[in-house]
Design a protein around this ligand. Structure first.
Ligand SMILES: Nc1nc2c(ncn2[C@@H]2O[C@H](COP(=O)(O)OP(=O)(O)OP(=O)(O)O)[C@@H](O)[C@H]2O)c(=O)[nH]1
Ligand SMILES: [Mg+2]
Length: 452
């Protein structure tokens, strides 16, 4: 990457829309405004202006709105320009090529955010939050990403880092005086400080289990015997006919997957092949797939035909179900109830519905929401570790601190303890991006979209 380049990208998706936006960042921005719009006076930063976009070949490309940002008060920290043209991909592309003709370079994915990071506008956790925000698919995921974007996580880490730095300062003071031991009182204060950081760190690591739920949605498996009404339930919950429904048992062979938003949560709904002694190879494969999916499911919606006796379920699946992750749905409440009790299902919460006409669906939605809210959600949106890279670094941090504590126990030298503490501080630095690893940065930003 050459920082002196002026980069350009179409920041809006390709296709017809009300407007398209081109983003430009780098030293040429001010002269571009002068040359393209033939202004008599320099543009006022952060003020929108209306103008004709005249190309290098003197062609009127569009009438546009543009806004100039004077560095460092811009997203990237450099002089920047945004040009809003009409949302025709051909116009956007002509403007883009004209800007390239004027010496701009087409931006790599994530290059604007990479510049914001390199220019100190944001730390790495905030840069990553930009992508999390773009990809967030539920209110909760948006809230968590927004917190991180506003620097909440970075600030918490900065507090941890300060605490550890003050610990190291005290410990290192004793390195030069090997004959002097750390006084017992001092030692205990150090241990307490480190333990405090470790507790916070453990809470953060623990919260990472919610990250996949936020990103991919709560994996919710609809399962049960053939003909119980699983696909009817999927259609009901989605509000449209996604799955084929028929009175023929064994209709669904391969599983179907759809996303559902329930309150704050995003849910990955999976409709599966009915569980029974399969008659054909394809159906058997479908059932094996259901058992495989059950391995990774967060929530089970067990659909039973309420007019029939209690179903038998494979042990592999029954063993995974418990009161915190399962709702038994007694479907076909419009039909006469089976006389037989449902003893094996007595530990689970249950809801009666009629998937044919949607009766009882609201009750099911509420029960599902409460189950997810109480068992699959962190109460504290600010304290969710959403990034695998952060999780890895925090585990390293915790390991270093554990080693430091063990050395305190064994009365080892201040030098060795300080070295572990330095390792812990480095781990925090890696999360915030205070590292000299260009390769890692290139990989990280290349997963962004063009124009971001
Ligand atoms: N009476 C009544 N019939 C229902 C109800 N829900 C579903 N059915 C019927 O039950 C039959 C099976 O429904 P499906 O939704 O295809 O059942 P499934 O569990 O997906 O079946 P498989 O894919 O074969 O495993 C269809 O004829 C539905 O119309 C209900 O609440 N009441
Ligand atoms: Mg089905």
């Amino acid at each position: 990457m050459n920082d002196q380049d002026t980069i350009v990208a179409v920041a809006t998706p390709h296709g017809e829309s009300a407007i398209s936006m081109l983003r430009i960042s780098g030293p040429k921005c001010l002269s571009l405004v002068d040359n393209v719009f033939k202004r008599k006076s320099p543009p006022r930063p952060r003020r929108s202006s209306h103008g004709d976009y005249i190309s290098l070949s003197d062609e009127l490309l569009d009438d546009v709105v543009y806004c100039y940002y004077q560095g460092p008060s811009s997203y990237t920290g450099e002089d920047s320009l945004e040009i809003m043209c009409h949302g025709n991909p051909l116009i956007a592309s002509k403007v883009l090529h004209d800007l390239v003709g004027r010496g701009c370079r087409q931006a790599d994915p994530g290059e604007f955010t990479q510049r914001a990071f390199l220019n100190g506008r944001i730390d790495l956790t905030q840069a990553e939050a930009v992508m999390e925000l773009i990809q967030a698919r539920s209110d909760k995921a948006i809230r968590v990403a927004n917190n991180q974007l506003r620097g909440a996580f970075g600030k918490q880490l900065a507090v941890l880092k300060d605490q550890l730095l003050s610990n190291v300062a005290v410990i290192e003071a004793y390195i030069d005086f090997p004959e002097e031991d750390l006084p017992e009182e001092q030692k205990q204060a150090q241990i307490n400080g480190i333990q405090k950081v470790m507790t916070f760190c453990s809470r953060l690591i623990d919260s990472s289990k919610y990250a996949a739920l936020l990103r991919d949605g709560v994996k919710t498996l609809i399962l049960g015997e053939p003909n119980a009404g699983k696909s009817s339930l999927l259609n009901c919950l989605l509000g449209f006919d996604r799955a084929i429904v028929s009175e023929e048992p064994g209709t669904t062979r391969d599983f179907l997957q759809e996303r559902l938003i329930l309150g704050d949560y995003s849910i990955q709904l999976l409709d599966t092949a009915g569980l029974r002694e399969a008659e054909g190879t394809i159906e058997r494969q479908g059932i094996l797939k259901t058992i495989e999916l059950a391995e990774e499911a967060d929530v089970f919606l067990l659909v039973v035909d309420g007019s029939l006796p209690c179903p038998t379920l494979p042990e592999e699946i029954l063993g995974k179900m418990n009161s915190e992750n399962t709702i038994v749905i007694r479907n076909k409440e419009d039909l006469p109830k089976s006389e037989e009790g449902y003893s094996i299902l007595s530990g689970f919460s249950s809801v009666s519905i009629c998937a044919k006409d949607g009766n009882g669906l609201e009750g099911l939605r509420n029960t599902l929401f409460s189950l997810i809210d109480s068992n699959f959600s962190s109460a504290d949106d600010e304290l969710i570790l959403i990034n695998a890279r952060h999780s890895l670094a925090l585990n390293e941090l915790k390991e270093c601190l554990e080693q430091a504590l063990a050395k305190f126990e064994l009365d080892e030298s201040a030098e060795l303890i300080a070295s572990d503490m330095r390792g812990a501080i480095d781990a925090i630095g890696r999360i915030l991006g205070r590292i000299d690893n260009e390769d890692m940065l290139d990989v990280l930003f290349s997963s962004f979209c063009i124009g971001k």
